[in-house]
Write a protein that binds this ligand. Sequence first.
Ligand SMILES: Cc1ncc(COP(=O)(O)O)c(C=O)c1O
Length: 468
Amino acid sequence: MSRPALPLEPDAEQLDAMTRAVGDFAVAQVASLADQPSFDLDGADAVAASFREPAPERGRPLGELLERLRPAIAKSYNAAGPGYLAYIPGGGVYSAALAGLIASATNRYTGVTEPAPALVQIEASVTEWLCSLMGLPEGALGLLTSGGSLSNFSAIVAARHERLGEDFRDGTLYYSEETHYCVAKAARLAGFPRDSLRELPTDERFRLQPDALETAIREDRARGRRPFLVVANVGTTNTGAIDPLVPLREIADANGMWLHADAAYGGFFRLAPGGRELLSGIEACDSITLDPHKGLFMPYGIGALVVRDGQALARAHRESADYVQDVSRHGSLGFADLSPELSRDFRGLRVWLPIQLHGLAAFREQLGEKLALARWAHEQLAADPRFDLVDEPQLSMVAFRLRAPQADADRLGAELLRRVNERRRVFLSSTRLRGRYALRICVLSFRTHADRVRDAVVALKEEAAALV
Ligand SMILES: Cc1ncc(COP(=O)(O)O)c(C=O)c1O
């Protein structure tokens, strides 16, 4: 049999050349992030259209392909740059990308323990660090997921399994109206129809009201339902509100319910100076969603779930089969035993390498700076009579409105956002709070410092002055 040509297997010299080309490309991208516009979608549709093509039968040179990527990257929100203050930023520390290269290039199997015990331990150590950073006791276990949505999903499945058993159709779960929509999505995927979901009112600072929770639980019980889960926010997406964890824990305990914290945005602020007091009560939750691709500044695709009784995750997810008997001997729980996934990328290395390389102190310092920057932006805008501040920052987020007649408020708010973003130094996003248009600044990237937050504040003040 004739041997095929081997384009899939370049020799060491070619590999080196390819890696250098990609390295040069990536470094040039990252080194210019601060000078790139905060967003640029001019002509983005045409660039997108240029990628609609059949798969080529023959390969093309790497250099040519990297050149094609350049405009595709440029025509986007610069979500990795210092001016990205929209939605929930993260940034993407470069060392995590290097770890991703190593993980993919070595391509070892980490779904179960037996094929690569030490690599699996690297990821297990990362999740042990996360459990301990959140103050969870011995017996807790964690899992790296693809993001907060999947973490919330596995948490709901674990809570359902522990508190309701196999027949769970009469179960009900509770969360505030400010909760991220992925919680409702996860609950539906976990088998709960919409009429099992209770969305509860918040107080003037957008926090779940314990009284409303107690009333809803009581009413459901009276109707023969089984309340089993409270999802608390540790940093809502709209304003960064933190639900009152201590009273929620008491209510959950009194009713035999699971308390899950969606701390996808806020959880890592526990590392900042004063963070334990700020997030007091998180350590008493049954499970916590964390997003390293937010508060640990990792590249997209790294979420986490930590669970107080780690075995609960295994009880909810574990399955077995004869064809895995050779890899089931190690005894310890593999990631496949704790999650919906079997084969998966080795995301542990993408967190392990940055933490080993930079140390936790670097992350603590950054998170402290973000809290201070948000407070500073809040003070600056609060001192300007053109703005109404929605709340004091509970974390690193500032939500505000332009003071304008009710009839014009939405239009003028949207126009202010457009003008500020159009300067292309910063990129902000908007939302609706109690039905009314609001703008928000979310400071979370490790690349965002005082100069860029100052640019945002100056742009807002100047454009507001021009508008009203
Ligand atoms: C509070 C909160 N929970 C969950 C999510 C969903 O996380 P992911 O996008 O990682 O799935 C987000 C996303 O912004 C969030 O802000």
